[in-house]
Ligand binder design. Structure first.
Ligand SMILES: [Zn+2]
Length: 413
């Protein structure tokens, strides 16, 4: 493939070729589970065209791919980009693949020694949790976050764990520690990815500049009242678990709305009522609370308000309420300086953009722990992702890929 003359049309043909690596090629959706035959073929294909284009390519002990274009000062930290090629079963063609493709396109636009820093494109392995039940394995390995004891317990449908699978695929699980990247490996990292939500589409924006990746804090709540006859029990004698729950739900919604400018959201998406009968006062209600955001203080304010609301509702409604934290993960703030670089390019090129947070997790979440990191989002039609109908207009892809190229140029020149 011809460097510098690598056009958007060439990018489109690589995209079409990648689509063909699917366990069920006759279906519209893509099935390319991590380390499956199809996933291996997709990676081999990318390695082949990278080498053909003259890049130096290496693979680490778990199969992460590194494609490098040397700059003038190869002793300086590199500027990186990358994403993943694996998919969920019957997933879309854009999730992950687009970031790999756009990164390849961007690297193809520069000559060796043209920029000061090296540029490097990474293809992360096993980003989706579909095969092993946990996600972003390749990027975790690069950060040295290998939890062997936990990981051996997670097996795929064949009963093989991650280590068995990579050894069978010809990689070396005994050398996994050697995959960790040194602290000065990258001076900046930028991942391009589809939004997987509807915000860009609804707000008619072409790209999203992602300045944070939200993390969920989750609670399990049990409200115990008393199930009594709906006709025979006067209002003042009731212990209505659903009325008590409704007050908490309303409070949570208000508390999250107050934090809207921080991007924090609160949801109760699952609720079970017992006995769930028209003529019986609800005696028991169980529901789950999901609070997400990128500002820890803001998340904490919503969580504290939830606790206060529970105490008040208990007293107001004569019920007993138990709250249990299921998880509390740390949100990731992305690098503001890189976001500003991206924004400046958008302003210069009159690209309609939106600063936003990502509700879904990505490899960049791990990269951000060690390297200054940001993300560029492209719109997802109807917000659909992990589904055969996943779609991003190629005109939007072109704009985003060029924006990535300009960003890498700015960071590496
Ligand atoms: Zn993805």
């Amino acid at each position: 493939m011809d460097r510098q003359n690598f056009s958007m049309q060439d990018m489109k043909s690589v995209f079409e070729k990648l689509k063909s690596f699917s366990a069920r090629p006759d279906e519209k959706g893509i099935t390319r589970l991590a380390y499956s035959k199809e996933d291996q073929s997709a990676h081999s294909y990318m390695v082949e065209i990278m080498k053909e284009a003259g890049f130096s390519v290496r693979q680490d002990a778990v199969g992460n791919v590194f494609c490098r274009l040397p700059g003038k000062c190869s002793d300086l930290p590199a500027v990186g980009t990358g994403s993943h090629l694996d998919t969920v079963p019957n997933g879309g063609a854009y999730d992950g693949a687009l970031g790999v493709l756009a990164g390849f396109y961007a690297l193809m636009q520069f000559k060796p020694q043209q920029l000061t820093h090296d540029l490097e494109l990474i293809i992360f392995r096993a980003e989706e949790s579909s095969r092993f039940g946990f996600s972003c394995i390749g990027s975790k390995v690069l950060l040295g976050e290998v939890d062997k004891e936990k990981w051996v317990l997670n097996c795929d449908d064949e009963g093989d764990n991650f280590f068995d699978v990579i050894d069978k695929a010809g990689y070396q699980s005994n050398k996994i520690e050697e995959c960790e990247l040194p602290d000065n490996y990258f001076s900046a990292f930028v991942e391009l990815h589809i939004e997987q939500g509807k915000r860009l589409e609804l707000e008619k924006k072409t790209v999203g500049i992602v300045n944070g990746i939200a993390a969920p804090t989750r609670y399990n709540i049990e409200v115990n009242g008393h199930a009594d006859h709906s006709g025979a029990t006067p209002m003042y004698q009731r212990h209505d678990a659903l009325v008590a729950s409704a007050a908490i739900i309303d409070d949570l919604n208000r508390a999250a709305c107050k934090e809207a400018h921080w991007g924090t959201v609160g949801t109760i998406g699952k609720l079970n009522v017992y006995p769930n009968s028209m003529n019986v006062i609800p005696g028991e209600v169980k529901f789950l609370v999901d609070i997400r955001g990128i500002e820890t203080d803001s998340i904490n304010r919503v969580a504290e308000s939830l606790h206060r609301s529970i105490i008040k509702s208990q007293q107001d409604n004569n019920v007993e309420i138990k709250i249990r934290e299921i998880s509390s993960e740390q949100p990731v703030k992305l690098n503001q300086d890189i976001c500003q670089v991206i924004e400046q390019i958008c302003l210069d090129k009159k690209i309609n953009h939106l600063k936003m947070i990502s509700g879904a997790g990505h490899d960049s979440m791990n990269m951000a722990k060690k390297f200054p990191t940001a993300m560029i989002f492209t719109p997802s039609k109807d917000g659909i992702s992990h589904h055969p109908d996943e779609f991003t207009d190629f005109n939007d892809i072109i704009i985003a890929a060029d924006l990535l190229k300009e960003t890498l140029y700015s960071l590496a020149k």
